[in-house]
Each structure stands twice: as C-alpha cells, then as structure tokens.
Design a protein. Structure first.
Length: 129
C-alpha cells in the first residue's frame, strides 16, 4: 500500500500520541522511527545542507512542523551564509495540504523551497500505517 509522505507522517504523529497516552513505549518508539525515517527522506543537499528535522513538540496530526537551514551561494558560486526556516504543513480541502515556510526569503529562495518540499511531501511511499 502506498500513501503520500505527508499522510504517513501525520498518521504516525497521531499513533505516537496515542501510544504516549496509553504508555505503550515500544510502539511509540516505532512510530517515532517512522517519522524520523520519512523526515530523513525529505530534501537534503542543493542548499539544504544540514538536513531537515521534525519538531515533535510543535507538531500535531493536523500541523506538521519541520526545521532546516539553507546554505546560500553568491553570484560567483561561493557559499556566503545561511538562513534558518520552519516548514509548516497544514491540511487543505482543495489541494490536500498547504505549506508555509518561515524565515528570510534571501535571494528569493522560498520559491525553490516551496516547489522542492511540495514534491517531496506529495511523493507516494510504501506504508503499512
């Protein structure tokens, strides 16, 4: 069975919350591993050089929050600084999900980031959830 990556993560967040409430540590760890594995499969490289991290404290089944930095280059192709961002994913009745990216839009990088994360979160992945 396949589902979109954002659906797999949201399902795992809800299951993890349920396990935490009932004290089921073994399955809570399994759901945590699922979230981390799917987060690990989000974009890395091409400026997103320090990876993407899932924010367990800020996330709910209806709001997924990720953090990442973007490594900028100047016109000569030399690295010249970082910007820090949060990626916030919420439901959309029309499009399935909506993305908001916080942080400075240095060199209009957000257009690239929106496109990159939209594709990655929409990707069909194997799911047993």
């Amino acid at each position: 069975m396949t589902r979109k990556r954002y659906q797999v993560i949201a399902t795992a967040v809800q299951a993890r919350i349920n396990c935490k409430k009932t004290g089921n540590g073994e399955w809570m760890n399994r759901w945590t591993d699922t979230i981390q594995a799917e987060t690990h499969n989000l974009p890395s490289g091409s400026g997103i050089d320090s990876g993407v991290k899932f924010d367990f404290n800020a996330s709910t089944p209806e709001k997924l929050v990720f953090t990442f930095g973007y490594h900028h280059m100047n016109e000569n192709g030399m690295y010249d600084g970082w910007t820090e961002h949060s990626l916030i994913v919420t439901p959309s009745l029309q499009f399935g999900f909506h993305i908001r990216i916080t942080g400075k839009d240095r060199n209009q990088v957000k257009d690239y980031l929106y496109e990159t994360f939209q594709y990655a979160l929409s990707e069909e992945v194997d799911s047993n959830a």
